[in-house]
Design a protein around this ligand. Sequence first.
Ligand code: GDP
Ligand code: IMO
Ligand code: MG
Length: 421
Amino acid sequence: MSVTAVIGSQWGDEGKGKVVDYLAEQSDYVARFNGGNNAGHTVINEFGTFKIHLVPSGIFAKNTIGLIGGGVVIDPQVLIDEIEMLNKAGVGVDGRLFISPRSHLIMPYHKILDGLYEEAKGAGATGTTRRGIGPVFADKVSYNGIRWSDFTSDTFEKRLSVQVELKNKIIIALGGDEIKYSQVREQYREYYLKIKPYIKELFSLVQDGLKTNKNFLLEQAMGTFLDTDWGTYPFVTASTTIPSAASAGLGIPPKYINNVIGVTKAYTTRVGAGPLPTEITDTKSAVYEQFGEVAATTGRIRRVGWLDLEIVRTAVELSGTTELCLTKLDVLSGLDEIQVCVRYELSCDPVRYADLDSYGLEQIEPVYKTVAGWKEDISKAKSFDELPVNAKNYVRMIEEAAGIPVKWIGVGPERDATIRR
Ligand code: GDP
Ligand code: IMO
Ligand code: MG
């Protein structure tokens, strides 16, 4: 039996979707345990190219069962569209995708409030995905949430009517448009009928799996530094993103998680506001262009920066990461020199990430080491030995800083563009 958590070591978008798709073949279960459809995980394989928001990225492996745990928040329309899209592509999710009745629903008022709060905060806005994530998790922990389990009785109607009344007061005060109870009720009852065949309490299934030596692959959403507690608060997301979240979000006791794969991009990206110590701010520079990415969920341009080893080291320590998967090494090809942040200094003294808040992180000086780049295209490389010496040195430098091995190296976005060491 193995329980492997795949955790992004930076600010999200490290390439978790690709890695989970690559590893899923050996897994009996692949599961999402946190976040919601703020996630956008890219998968490119024999079925096509997909941007997945809710269904686990390992669903393409035909003998693997997909689970969406109670820790996930769901926009029903997004889930329905995704299931339809996967079925159309020949992936066939029916009968092997199960959703916890404990998972909370993103309601229309959550999305409206997300937008209104962002507008109200002005320059201090978080830069959320505006998918209603903050407001739905706020309702969850303040006992105002609505779950799939509420639909089996008239609990849904009772809870919804209270919430619509309450939320309308806030929406109107903030200058938004009132929500109509009957419209929401009808729409969500329709959603429930479509999602009902997939809803199943996961407790026994997970417990039986653990007892019968099944393999679980746990797919984190967001990255370590978007974690509510350990991220760059308040520029974070509203869920716990470290492996322990799988315990509450899926019902897997922490002692069973025996592998933690840290997915680490060969440089750094971030979407939305908040500190990014190694940020490349010259948007006209060639390297900015080279690292450029478009966000999978919102289509925004991702901010980019050099690799930050203080961030990677902290992520490894925090999550008990056992091995790294380095993604996008191919993107560095062609650079004469590469900058890497090896540590932070504050007023000339060494300082650790964990000793700083977001304000402090804006004050630090990243200490860079310049390493030699390589010119060769590495996108067809199949083994570590085939990589140019400076690319090998780059990988070894990361291993040394992190204190754990780099077991996989991504050299392209497709599933097969992966070197296993
Ligand atoms: P996730 O949210 O962690 O799953 O990552 P995203 O899918 O949002 O962003 C990662 C981007 O990098 C996507 O466009 C992937 O197709 C792409 N990608 C992943 N691994 C590699 C790699 O090794 N090389 C290249 N060139 N692209 C990659
Ligand atoms: P994946 O799983 C990158 C960021 C948003 C914003 C902050 C809060 O694809 O790596 P939210 O909508 O969650 O309230 O926004 O978190 N964010 C992500 N950034 N990748 C993600 O997911 C993200 N999910 C949320 O940009 O800064
Ligand atoms: Mg993403």
